[in-house]
Design a protein around this ligand. Structure first.
Ligand code: TYD
Ligand code: MG
Length: 458
């Protein structure tokens, strides 16, 4: 007898198992596992494979060497976007754009759609979130209304696919959002893990078979019934997140996963009255509101993928009235701050055990590089001592537990960016490779964190 294979899916995290369990192994939640009905699948899903016995077909084996094909790309002409995708959207692939509600995903994708349409591509924008009139209104505001972008306000996946198939093969399809689409085949409500997965599966299959680049928009959701974009992350070819901080106008588009390009690039945009404006020099934006005379501020020369980004790190160190002093971090890693504080105590005689420490990356920007250690330490010591750091200095370098300052990659690129923005000196690890031969900025090499502390507090 041929067994039919059932699939069980956790409604919390999207993990798939082959049998029912009371508790999900992946996320540890109870009673979240539900059998997924994929009989027949959507247009022949995994469960819909032929049931009868079939002799395997003999496929051709290939040598490793041989002709290679570059992924065919659709270039938007928006450099900040094309950088993040790795040189344009890839035909026949599916890409997820995730982000908080209201961050600007629909705006970004409408602008991308308009740019592609202007470039002669055929584009379909499927909106399940808003009515056609609303989308038109936004398009007008974005000066995209005069393009050939075609609109569809639909949420049923079978209808969407039928409509797309009736078109002259579109190059670029946006589905906004994946949480609104639903299939006839699954009987759960739109937005549930089952529906989101089934919808994504069908659209991914459509991308592969039609050769269109399909963009799925996903809202990050608070914990609850609605499935977040994480559920489809592992199914798509590339994942981008659109981020920003409340109160700030700039937005960062970040690659989280990319089968066709690098995963550490960012694109920077600024939200204005007529949509998103590309920011080609983010350092200028992040350093915009600097107060050079204030103690506790250090400019970090960071890297985002291939691009240097300068950003101010602000620290406030103040005597604490609490038994356990406060440690508050915005835009950086809490454990990393704890490490820097411990090294300052243990190797540099800087006592912070009775102090509250607040650390903030300016503009609501987020840093993930350990190279920020040195700038963080400089900001902390500057705040504690009440002495402002030289306003024309940048800082970068990783700190080890022994108190040594370790070289980081791309020292040359960091230095060049600093010079370009008028900084006259760099405080950085000793022995950095790839420094430019001719330099305008002075280089202060630090072997140890104690050396930096002596310089700052000195
Ligand atoms: P939107 O793209 O709808 O966000 P998402 O699709 O991620 O939910 O944009 C939401 C916000 O952006 C909205 O509060 C209004 C603002 N906005 C502008 O400031 N300028 C503009 O030109 C547009 C279209 C939106
Ligand atoms: Mg939207």
């Amino acid at each position: 007898a041929v067994k039919t294979r059932a699939t069980f899916v956790c409604q919390n995290c999207g993990a798939v198992t082959s049998r029912w369990q009371g508790r999900c192994d992946a996320c540890g939640e109870w009673n979240t596992i539900v059998e997924e009905n994929e009989a027949g699948g959507i247009g022949g899903g995994p469960g819909g494979a032929s049931r009868g016995r079939r002799k395997g077909r003999v496929a051709a084996l290939m040598p490793l060497s041989g002709e290679m094909e570059e992924a065919p790309r659709i270039v938007s002409g928006l450099p900040e976007l094309d950088r993040v995708t790795g040189g344009g959207f890839v035909r026949g692939s599916a890409l997820l754009v995730g982000g908080d509600p209201g961050i600007g995903k629909s705006t970004l994708l409408m602008q991308a759609a308009a740019a592609l349409a202007r470039g002669g591509h055929s584009v379909v924008y499927v909106s399940g979130e808003e009515a056609v009139a609303q989308v038109r209104l936004r398009a007008q505001r974005l000066k995209a209304a005069d393009t050939s972008v075609q609109l569809m306000a639909e949420t049923n996946i079978e209808d969407i696919l039928a409509t797309l198939s009736a078109q002259k093969r579109p190059d670029f399809v946006v589905v906004d959002s994946i949480q609104t689409v639903w299939t006839d085949i699954a009987d759960s409500a739109p937005g549930t893990v089952t529906q989101v997965r089934a919808g994504a599966q069908a659209l991914i299959r459509y991308a592969k078979s039609s050769g269109a680049a399909v963009i799925l928009v996903g809202h990050v959701t608070k914990e609850g019934q609605i499935a977040g974009p994480r559920v489809v992350e592992h199914m798509v070819d590339a994942v981008l997140y659109f981020e920003g901080e409340g109160g700030h106008h700039y937005r960062v588009l970040r690659t989280v996963k990319n089968r066709f390009g690098p995963t550490d690039e960012i694109g920077v945009f600024e939200m204005g009255d007529s949509g998103l404006r590309e920011v080609s020099n983010p350092s200028e934006l992040f350093l915009g509101e600097r107060n050079e005379k204030a103690p506790g501020a250090a400019v970090f020369a960071g890297m985002e993928g291939t691009r240097p980004v300068l950003v101010e790190i602000q620290a406030l160190v103040a005597p604490s009235t609490l038994g356990t002093p406060r440690r508050s971090v915005l835009g950086w890693d809490q454990p990393r701050l704890a490490m820097v504080l411990a090294v300052l105590e243990a190797h540099c005689g800087v006592r912070l055990g009775q102090h509250d420490v607040y650390l903030n990356v300016a503009g609501g920007y987020r840093i993930s590089e350990p190279a920020a250690d040195l700038a963080v330490a400089a900001a902390l010591v500057s705040s504690l001592s009440g002495k402002a750091l030289p306003g024309d200095s940048v800082y970068f370098g990783e700190i080890s537990l022994s108190g040594a300052v370790r070289p980081v990659a791309h020292a040359g690129a960091r230095l060049k960016e600093a010079e370009k923005l008028g900084f006259r000196s760099a405080v950085m690890p000793a022995g950095s490779a790839d420094l430019p031969k001719s330099r305008e900025a002075g280089v202060h090499e630090m072997e140890t964190l104690a050396h930096l502390v002596a310089t700052v507090a000195g």
